[in-house]
Design a protein around this ligand. Sequence first.
Ligand SMILES: Nc1ncnc2c1ncn2[C@@H]1O[C@H](COP(=O)(O)OP(=O)(O)O)[C@@H](O)[C@H]1O
Ligand SMILES: [Mg+2]
Length: 143
Amino acid sequence: MYKEILVGYDGSQASQKALERAIEIAKLSGANLHIVGVIRPFEFGAVDIYTIEEIEAYEKEEISKEEKYLKNAAELAKQNGLEPKLKVLEGEPAEELMSYADENGCDLIVVGRRGVGGFKRLLLGSTASSLVKYANQSVLVVV
Ligand SMILES: Nc1ncnc2c1ncn2[C@@H]1O[C@H](COP(=O)(O)OP(=O)(O)O)[C@@H](O)[C@H]1O
Ligand SMILES: [Mg+2]
C-alpha cells in the first residue's frame, strides 16, 4: 500500500478531481497526503523593463493565490479525517513536484489530466506528461 501520497494541486477542475481521488486512496491505505502547488517564477519579457516592486508584487500575488487553493484543498482532506501536509513551491511544476516527491519519500504522485492554461488540444498536459515520463514514483493521472 502507498504510504506518502503527493497530489499536485493547481486549483484547476482536473486537479480537484485528482485531489478527491488522492484523498480516497490515502484513506484506504492509511497514507499521509501531501498537497503541493507550484507557482511559476516571474518571467521577464525581452523588451519590457520591470521594477523590483513589480516582480515582488507578482510573486506575492501568486503565492497568496496558491495558498488559498491549498487551504481549500486541505479543508476537504480534513473533512475526510486526513492531516495533509501543504507546500507552495516555485519553479517548473513537473520538476518541483518530482524533487518534492524524492525528498519526502512519496511513493505515489496523483495529478489531473489537464491543468490551468496549457494547450487545449493536448489530451495530456505538459506537467502530467513529464511526470509520467520522468518521475521515480508511480504516477496516477486522474481522468
Ligand atoms: N503548478 C502546478 N502545481 C501543482 N500541480 C500542478 C501544477 N500544474 C499542473 N499540476 C498538476 O498536473 C495536472 C495536469 O496539468 P498540466 O499537465 O500542467 O496540464 P496543462 O498543460 O493543461 O496545464 C493538474 O491537474 C495538476 O494535478
Ligand atoms: Mg499546466
